[in-house]
Design a protein around this ligand. Structure first.
Ligand code: PXP
Length: 231
């Protein structure tokens, strides 16, 4: 069975849009776990545009595994070593981007990644690298000694030709290198099925679509409750 990690960043985006204390990403995480999610993912960005430090601490206190997404910086490595989440997924981060565009440049960043991966591993954290489905990048990730890679499915989700085949080849190489395989980004009810057939896939991390879909499956009940209060 493929594990499902729910990314609650966009609950925090909605909260921050009004500077309110709701909706609470931790309440969303608890609800997701009650309904079968296997873990929670949250990305603490340098600019704290959605998830904040306090959210991460509260998510860590839940009983489910926390997959802490973070940039490759000393600030984040220090934080992760203090927090000791179940897993850390290292992602590229640029202030001006709307979301994580593309995978980590593992080859270019190899020298700065190596000591940081080692620190996280020594702190007992399972490290994963969020990467594009490129054979050389996967082999470099394996050489860095991480146990897990998460393949960026964003180009596949946008319908780029040949992307599913690239993901299959990447999955094959990951297995050859002994890496546990995760995937995520841009996945929806419509496009997820072919991804579930990637050989060896163990985990998917999905956020934006599920939080968006929750508006439609939940709005009816929230309006009904307000009407009840008004009557
Ligand atoms: N995995 C990683 C590493 C991510 O950075 C993201 C998006 O922040 C996701 C999964 C989830 O992507 P989406 O929100 O498009 O489902």
């Amino acid at each position: 069975m493929i594990r499902l990690g729910i990314n609650v960043d966009h609950v925090a985006t909605l909260r921050n849009a009004r500077g309110e204390h709701y909706p609470d990403p931790v309440r969303a995480a608890e609800l997701a776990l009650e309904h079968g999610a296997d873990g929670i993912t949250a990305h603490l960005r340098e600019d704290r545009r959605h998830i904040r430090d306090e959210d991460v601490r509260r998510l860590r206190a839940l009983s489910a595994p926390l997959n802490f997404e973070m940039a490759v910086t000393d600030e984040m490595v220090d934080m992760a070593c203090a927090l000791r989440p179940h897993a850390c997924c290292l992602v590229p981060e640029r202030r001006e981007e709307l979301t994580t565009e593309g995978g980590l440049d593992v080859i270019g960043l190899r020298d700065s990644l190596a000591p940081r991966v080692a620190r996280l591993r020594d702190a007992g954290i399972r490290v994963s690298l969020f990467i594009d489905p490129e054979p050389e990048v996967i082999r470099t990730a394996a050489a860095l000694g991480v146990p897990v890679i998460e393949l960026h499915t964003g180009s596949y989700a946008l319908g780029r030709e040949g992307e599913l085949e690239r993901l299959h080849e990447a999955a094959r190489i990951a297995a050859e290198c002994g890496l546990e395989l995760h995937a995520g980004h841009g996945l929806t009810y419509e496009n997820v099925s072919p991804i579930t057939r990637l050989p060896g896939l163990r985990e998917l991390n999905i956020g934006h679509f599920l939080i968006s879909e929750a508006v439609f499956v939940g709005l009816g009940a929230s309006v009904r409750k307000m009407k009840d209060l008004l009557s």
